[in-house]
Design a binder for this molecule. Sequence first.
Ligand code: PLP
Length: 389
Amino acid sequence: MREIYLDNNATTKVDERVFEEMRPYFCELYGNPSSMHFFGGQVQKKVDEARARVASLLGALPDEIVFTACGTESDNAAIRSALEVFPEKRHIITSRVEHPAVLTQCRNLSKRGYRVTELNVDGNGQLDLNELERLVDEDTAIVSLMYANNETGVIFPIEEAAKIVKKKGALFHTDAVQAVGKIPLNMAESAIDMLSLSGHKLHAPKGVGVLYVRRGTPFRPMLVGGHQERGRRAGTENTASIIAMGKACQLAEQYMADEAGRVREMRDRLERELTALIPNTRINGGGTERLPNTLSIAMEFVEGEGILLLLSEKGICASSGSACTSGSLEPSHVLRAMGVPFTCAHGSIRFSLSRFTTDDDIDAVIEALPPIIARLRAMSPFGREFLNK
Ligand code: PLP
C-alpha cells in the first residue's frame, strides 16, 4: 500500500539532500569539533557552516544560534533562563493553546510558586493583544507565545506581541517550531529575544533543535559542563544532526517561497473539496491567518479516532486533535480553548502537507474521506439523528 503522508506537523521526511550532507559525519568524519587536531577542525568548520545557514534562514547572526537536542529543550531552556536572569520576578505569561513543551513547564512552575497567566484565544484561535498589554507588568519575567499553532496552523501576531512585552521590560520568547521553514522570519527586524525551532519539522532528523538568543539578551544555560555553544549549552555537539539542520535550513531558504505557494494551493483545494462534499464541517482557525500547509477540519457527529483508523486502512496518515486520557477521549486543549463545540471538536482531523505532498495525495483524501464520514455518521446515534433531519 502506498502511504499518503499528511502528518507533517508531527514530523517530516528527512530530505535526501539533507541525509547525504550528514552521512559522512558518522563513520568517516567523526572527530570532536572541540579537538585541536585537523580531524576535529574539519568538523568544526562544517558546524560553523551549519550555524551560518540556520542564521541566514532566520535573518540572524551566527553567534545568536544555539544548537539543542529538540524544540522541547529550546522551549524549556528559554523559560528557565528568564527565571534565573530575573530571580525577583515571579510572573510568566503564555497562552492556553501552546504546545505541552511550554504549557506543561509553565503549569509545573505555577505549582512551585510562580504566577502563570494563560492568555485566552477567540473562536478563531487568535490572541487578544489588549489582554496581553493589560496583563504584562513589572513582575513579568518572560512571555512565551507560539508563532504558529501545531494543530490549527493559526499564526499569532508575534511581532506586535513582542513589542508590547519589550516596552514592559520582560523577555519575549516564541516557539516557532511550526513556523520556521514555512513562513519567512527576520530576526534582524524583530523584537523577539528568543525563538525555538526543531529539525524534524523541516526535513532534518529528529533530535536536533535550535534556540535563537538575540545578541545582548541575558542568558543562563540549562546544561552546564563544557564550553560548547559559547557556554550556552554544554555537551559534545550532535555534529551530524547539526550539519543536517544547516542543510535543511539552506534548502528551506532557497525553496520556501515556491514551495509555500504550491503547498497552499493543494491545502486550499483539499479544504474546498472536503467542505463541499461533506455536510456540517467547519475549518478550525479558518477565519484568521494560518500556515500554508495546515488544515484542521471539524466534522460534526463523528469521532476523530474512528476517522483516523479508516483513513489509515487506505494508507492515509493524518492526525486528530484528541488525546486519549484515562480511558476517555478528551478533545484537544487547543480546540477547547477556541470554544469549538463538543460535537465538532471530537470529529476534528488535521492534515498537514509538506514539500513532498503531491496532487495525487490530495485526490486520494478527497476520494476517501467523504464516504468514511457518511459511514461513521450512519453508525452513530447522533449521526443518524442528524441524517434523518
Ligand atoms: N512546539 C511545537 C509547536 C511543536 O509542534 C512541537 C512538536 O510537535 C514541539 C514544540 C516539540 O518539538 P520537539 O519534538 O523537537 O521536541
